[in-house]
Structure formats: structure tokens, C-alpha cells
Design a protein around this ligand. Structure first.
Ligand code: GDP
Ligand code: GDP
Length: 437
């Protein structure tokens, strides 16, 4: 299971952005310190009572005209139903129930997903005068909050986490490599999946632990077991052209959450777009293995340096995932697609790799000798000891004398030394600094 996803839906003006920003506020301030990661308020990571989840805001689009609002609302609700584990359905407790609330409620009720009906703008201790009207929606007891004042938010989050799916339930066995093929519409995701599946791979429906074969595509390659996550979502072409960037980003989120390795497909003719950056950023922040796949390479007229120049521009645009290998393919001609599974397997292994503590401490000791740790006001950073605490992604705990002294640049230096010695290609690396007294 990936982290649960919670979506906020509701008609315009009920307070979705206000609610989202209230919850995101603190976290966004912290994340902005992280260099390179594009920040957009499509989603935010939330931690409540030891539960971590991703909150997404399906709204946030400026209505272009009055007529398209209903269509947009429906689209947002559909998106929430497709991607979220729990849906927060926001209505206006001051204005009361109106017909577009009913329309959204009908869709949500049919979805069978847990839905919390939330009356926003209840700014006082008194119950909303419209409280009982909302029972008509058939979504259970309304929960009252004020997003503007921050009232009732804690109780609401308690309810949200109670509705999470059982976190123990793993989708697939440990040995199954879970792959999310992500990217904008039309970059060639289905073509690539079809091509890979077409070549001698056996599509199986009995991989141990399979519970999701309706939406995923499990297959084997020799001894190796893989699953393409949420292929139904990729194959089900949206009837509405997804010109709204936000929608296709949100679509990728749940697949990324569940994956070990992400294949970010980029259209060679278009190069890296803002949308690609957001999706790559999500993979990075969630600690997933990442391979950058440049597709439609057949359409590019090549000169001596074309590939190198392309690599350079990808590295600049996606600077925070420089660990990700870049491969150039064509789903049309099949060029280099036969290598893609090997690459996926390799990155999955790197993502799950554990290094021995002794060797790790040797590398860090040597690194400190070569490049002295920074000091401040006469006090120098000391790293006493390091250990790898987790895999997927590889996570290192550094026991140090003073957290204040650990600068980003030194952390990066240590990371680079670790990568030079052990590899970890295709996976982000995390550090936890612990003060030892
Ligand atoms: P959205 O269109 O659903 O994203 O709604 P917004 O978050 O933009 O809010 C619409 C309006 O309602 C804004 O003027 C907000 O300031 C206001 N608003 C949002 N939450 C509350 C609340 O809890 N109490 C009050 N009084 N106003 C609110
Ligand atoms: P998806 O929306 O990302 O799943 O993209 P599709 O797989 O449906 O591909 C979108 C369009 O691009 C289709 O018309 C494909 O035939 C075309 N296409 C996909 N891969 C390639 C490629 O490598 N080269 C060329 N020339 N066209 C491609």
C-alpha cells in the first residue's frame, strides 16, 4: 500500500482552497527550503496521529465561463473517486444546501468510497441552521468546521484517518516489482506498455497477493515478477481532452504512491514541461525509484550531439532527480525498449539495496578526512556513526553532535560519496540526523 490519498471536492466557493491551505500551510513553509523541487499546491503531505497521507485539491481552476462549471465539478468529483481513498466533500454551512451539492453527492454516493460530508464556514460554536437539511444527501452525519478560523479541523482529521484502508494489507509480494508508468496524456504510455507486454512476456493473473488485477497488469519475465500499476487508468482514455494540467498530474499520484519504480515518459519533441516537473517531484518526494524515458525518439532529427544536449537539458530541468537514469526509446519502432525491463529491475534493486554498516562508516570516515565538516562559532560538525535504517528508499541515520551544524551542502557531499561507493542509481537517498549526547 502506498500512503492513502485524501481528496477535497465541492462546488466553487465552499472553501476548498481555504481548507487546503489551512492544512498545508505549515508544511509548505518547510518544503520551500528544499532546493529545486517545484512547489505547487496540488497536493500536500500531511501527518496526523502517526498516519501519513497525501491531501489533494482537485479544484483550484479558474472557471472559464459559467457553463463549464458543472462539467468541471463533475470531472473533479470523478477524479477524486478514481484516485482517493477517502473523500472530503465540502459544502457551505452558511449558505445551506443547493442543487449542485446534490449533484456531487449523487456521484460520490455511487462511488462506494468513504465520503465525509463537511459543513464549512461554521465560524461559531452554534450549529449551522442548515445542519439537518444536509442529511438529505444520504452521506451520513455532517461534520462542522471553519476553515478560515481553523475550528473542528482536528476532529475532522480524526475521522479521515479512521476511514483509511488497512495499512497492513500489502497489494503484492515483496518480490514483485511495482512499476508506475507516468506522464502527460499522449506521450506514449500505453504504446510503451503494450510494446513491453507484447514481447514474450506472460501476463498472469495469479501473482501471489494480487488483489488489484482489475486495474493493474501483472506479468512475468523469466523468473522476475512485475506489475504495471493502474494500467486501467492509462488505457481508459478520457472522453474530455485533459487540457487541464492539474488533472493529469493528480491522475499520476496514486500510481506513484503504490509503485517501487516510476517510469516518467517524456515526449522527445516537447522536452521537459512544467507538468513533467510536478510528476517527477512527486516521485522524488515519495522516495520512489525513477527512470526518465524519452519517447518518440524516432521523430527527432539527430546530429552528432543531439542526445547529449537533450540529456543536459533534462538534467537542468529536473535537477533534483539527477540520480535517475535517462533512456531514449521509440514505442513506434521498438528502439531500445527491449532494455527497459532490465533497467527497471536494476533500479528496483538499487532502491531496495542495503549496505553493511562497517563499509558505510568507512566511507563516511574517509569523506570527513577528505573534506572537513563545517563549523560554526568554533564548533565543528561531528558525524560519530551512521547506519542504514531503511530501504525503499535507502534511508541513513547519521548520529551527529549538533543538527544546526549539518548544512545542506555537506549532506549533499556525504550523499555523493555514498553514491560513488555504493551506487544507488535511480533512487533518492534520505538522511535522518540524530543528535547524540
Ligand atoms: P473554493 O472555491 O471552494 O476553493 O473556495 P475558497 O477557499 O476560495 O473560499 C471561498 C470564499 O469563502 C472565500 O472568500 C473564503 O475566504 C471564504 N471562506 C472559506 N472558508 C471559510 C470559513 O471557514 N468561514 C468563512 N466565514 N469564510 C470562509
Ligand atoms: P498515452 O496517452 O501516454 O498513453 O499515449 P499513447 O500511447 O496513446 O500515444 C499517443 C500517440 O503517440 C499515439 O498516436 C501513438 O501512436 C503515438 N506514439 C507513441 N509512441 C510513439 C513513438 O515512439 N513514436 C511516434 N512517432 N509516435 C508515438
Amino acid at each position: 500500500m502506498g500512503k492513502p490519498i485524501v481528496a477535497v471536492v465541492g462546488r466553487p466557493n465552499v472553501g476548498k482552497s481555504t481548507f487546503f491551505n489551512k492544512i498545508a500551510g505549515r508544511r509548505i513553509a518547510i518544503v520551500e527550503d528544499e532546493p529545486g523541487v517545484t512547489r505547487d499546491r496540488i497536493y500536500t503531505e500531511v501527518e496526523w496521529l502517526n498516519h501519513k497521507f497525501t491531501l489533494i485539491d482537485t479544484g483550484g481552476i479558474e472557471p472559464e465561463s459559467e457553463e463549464i462549471i458543472p462539467a468541471q465539478m463533475r470531472r473533479q468529483a470523478e477524479l477524486a473517486i478514481e484516485t482517493a481513498n477517502v473523500i472530503v466533500f465540502l459544502v457551505d454551512g452558511r449558505e445551506g444546501l443547493i442543487s449542485s451539492d446534490r449533484e456531487i453527492a449523487d456521484m460520490l454516493r455511487k462511488s462506494k468510497k468513504p465520503v465525509l460530508l463537511v459543513l464549512n464556514k461554521v465560524d461559531t460554536k452554534e450549529q449551522s441552521p442548515h445542519y439537518f437539511d444536509f442529511y438529505e444527501l444520504g452521506i451520513g452525519d455532517p461534520i462542522e468546521i471553519s476553515s478560515a478560523l481553523g475550528l473542528g479541523i482536528g476532529d475532522l482529521l480524526d475521522e479521515v484517518v479512521k476511514n483509511f484502508p488497512n495499512e497492513e494489507a500489502e497489494d503484492y509480494d515483496e518480490d514483485v516489482i511495482k512499476v508506475a508508468v507516468i506522464g502527460k496524456p499522449n506521450v506514449g504510455k500505453s504504446s510503451i506498455i503494450n510494446k513491453v507486454l507484447g514481447e514474450d512476456r506472460v501476463i498472469v493473473s495469479d501473482i501471489a497477493g494480487t488483489t488489484r488485477d482489475a486495474i493493474d497488469t501483472p506479468f512475468t519475465d523469466g523468473e522476475d515478477q512485475y506489475v504495471f500499476i493502474d494500467t486501467a487508468g492509462i488505457r481508459r482514455k478520457s472522453k474530455i481532452k485533459e487540457h487541464v494540467e492539474r488533472y493529469s498530474v493528480i491522475r499520476s499520484l496514486s500510481a506513484v504512491e503504490r509503485a517501487d519504480v516510476c517510469l516518467l515518459i517524456i515526449d522527445a519533441e516537447e522536452g521537459v514541461t512544467e507538468q513533467d516537473k510536478k510528476i517527477a517531484g512527486f516521485s522524488h518526494e515519495n522516495g520512489k525509484g525513477l527512470i526518465i524515458v524519452i519517447n518518440k525518439w524516432d521523430l527527432i532529427e539527430k546530429e552528432t550531439n543531439t542526445m547529449n544536449q537533450f540529456i543536459k537539458s533534462v538534467r537542468t530541468e529536473l535537477a533534483y532527480c539527477e540520480y535517475a537514469p535517462i533512456v531514449f526509446v521509440s514505442a513506434l519502432t521498438g528502439q531500445r525498449l527491449n532494455k527497459i525491463l532490465d533497467k527497471i529491475k536494476f533500479v528496483a534493486n538499487q532502491h531496495a539495496m542495503r549496505v553493511p554498516t562497517g563499509a558505510l562508516n568507512e566511507v563516511i570516515g574517509e569523506a570527513m578526512l577528505l573534506n572537513q565538516p563545517p563549523s560554526d562559532k568554533g564548533k565543528r560538525l561531528k558525524i560519530f556513526y551512521a547506519t542504514q535504517a531503511a530501504v525503499k528508499p535507502p534511508t541513513f541515520v547519521l548520529f551527529i553532535n549538533d543538527k544546526e551544524l549539518m548544512h545542506f551542502s555537506y549532506q549533499r557531499y556525504i550523499e555523493n560519496r555514498i553514491r560513488e561507493n555504493f551506487g544507488f542509481e535511480g533512487t533518492p537517498i534520505r538522511f535522518i540526523n540524530r543528535e547524540k549526547t
